[in-house]
Design a protein around this ligand. Structure first.
Ligand SMILES: Cc1cc2nc3c(=O)[nH]c(=O)nc-3n(C[C@H](O)[C@H](O)[C@H](O)COP(=O)(O)OP(=O)(O)OC[C@H]3O[C@@H](n4cnc5c(N)ncnc54)[C@H](O)[C@@H]3O)c2cc1C
Length: 395
């Protein structure tokens, strides 16, 4: 049987393109396939956190992104249910706001420049493993064969399901968002917290903002996207003020349920990366970081396994270990915050205390921005100061 590539990668979002860039630069024969033709859009808040920006820098993609219009932000504004808010700087590095339609197009182009073969318009609807290869098929009529497969085809991964690496839905929120013409200063990143729902705002340097809401799933069952969006904004008063008089520039994009994980992220000759492996609720805006970083971790593991000649799941265990080391406590913090942030009786008090203790707010943003070790806030001193220490500034 002829082998088309050392590594086949399905999905050219941040996870797949990051893996392709790294592998191709190491001289590995890579084919990167995507069902879409680029540039393609994707429901997203368009916020790369400082951790994602660091990975983009390591991949030497950041200069292209900034030159093409990506805007850096150094602070984040968080607004609680009663209007209490804080604005805090990232402790190190900065975030970048840039529409995904452009970000992902730059990344796939960089993968091609690095030497990966790009095949657009190839929808994988079946995949199979043999003792010495992995095959992917589109419509059963086109197929490709590789020695190893990186599955990066996003949430509800078809490829993972076909390989028996079942994706488990967690019954999360649904999202609805659109671009608006707004007045006010940019660039800026904002998070508006409500009761069981929230809204993220990416204000680009121009007068355009991406406003993306995450809602309980029944809201989009009972209402059209426009209605669900309008009703939810009415529950987020500061956001409602900002959007008064704003003009919608794009159709609403809906997505969900968000938040799930695959039952396994490795098998013989297979690694899952990005949302295909695990997707968190986008409240903390870490999905692009997880996608990019898991793509580079998968690429490093794949390169080592290819040179050892052992592509069994045992040889891929370092990927599991690195994921656990790098992502484990970040996920704990993200889940904790999702739990604490949408409670009108509790959240405003916490936001007020963060406003009064800017150092704590900065550390929190550093952790949720993937720029500081989660241990910085998962320690008794931090929790004690957040909950009990006398505040130096009134909220
Ligand atoms: C509404 C919303 C807002 C978000 N906001 C943010 C944010 O502001 N910041 C942040 O960091 N994260 C955010 N996230 C999360 C972030 O979008 C994802 O975590 C990230 O896109 C995952 O990247 P990925 O490469 O794994 O998958 P994707 O970006 O989804 O890319 C998967 C690719 O696979 C292709 N594909 C799918 N199926 C097939 C198939 N069968 N065959 C071939 N190709 C296929 C698709 O065309 C796509 O190009 C948000 C998510 C949502 C839903």
């Amino acid at each position: 049987m002829s082998i088309d590539a050392d590594v086949l990668i399905v999905g050219a979002g941040p996870a797949g393109s990051a893996a392709a860039i790294l592998l191709a630069r190491r001289g590995v024969r890579v084919i990167l396939v995507d069902r879409a033709k680029f540039p393609r859009d994707k429901p997203c808040g368009d916020y790369c956190d400082p951790g994602a920006v660091r990975v983009l820098e390591e991949l030497r993609c950041l200069p292209d992104i900034l030159a093409a219009g990506g805007v850096a932000i150094s602070v984040m504004r968080v607004v609680a249910q009663d209007g209490t808010e804080f604005t805090a700087p990232f402790p190190n590095g900065s975030g970048v706001l840039w529409p995904r339609i452009q970000l992902d197009a730059v990344l796939i182009e960089r993968a091609a420049r690095a030497g990966a073969t790009i095949v657009e318009g190839f929808r994988v609807d079946h995949a199979a493993r043999t003792d010495d290869s992995v095959e992917i098929y589109s419509d059963r009529s086109r197929s490709m064969t590789g020695r190893l497969l990186i599955v990066a085809d996003g949430m509800r991964s078809m490829t993972a399901r076909r390989l028996g690496l079942y994706s488990e839905l967690s019954g999360g929120r649904f999202t609805v968002g659109a671009y608006f013409s707004v007045s006010g200063a940019g660039p800026a990143g904002e998070l508006h917290l409500g009761r069981g729902l929230y809204g993220g705002v990416a204000r680009f340097a121009s007068d355009v903002a991406n406003v993306c809401l995450a809602l309980p799933r029944d809201r989009l069952k009972r209402h059209t996207p426009d209605q669900a969006f309008a009703r939810a904004v009415a529950e987020l008063p500061r956001l409602a003020d900002e959007l008064a008089g704003a003009r919608r520039l794009s159709a609403f994009r809906c997505s969900g349920p968000v938040g799930f994980r695959a039952s396994r992220v490795t098998a013989d000759r297979v690694l899952l990366a990005g949302d295909a492996a695990m997707q968190i609720d986008p409240m903390t805006g870490q999905g692009i970081f997880f996608a990019l970083r898991s793509g580079t971790l998968a690429a490093e593991t794949a390169a080592a396994a290819l040179s050892s000649g052992d592509l069994s799941s045992n040889a891929l265990v370092p990927y599991l270990r690195r994921r656990a080391e790098e992502f484990g406590r970040k996920l704990t913090v993200a889940k904790l915050l999702q739990h604490l942030s949408l409670r009108p009786h509790l959240t405003p008090r916490l936001v007020g205390r963060l406003r009064a203790q800017p150092n704590l707010a900065t550390q929190l943003l550093g952790v949720t921005g993937d720029a500081l070790d989660p241990g910085r806030i998962l320690m008794p001193q931090y929790v004690w100061r957040l909950l009990f220490s006398p505040s130096t500034q009134r909220a």
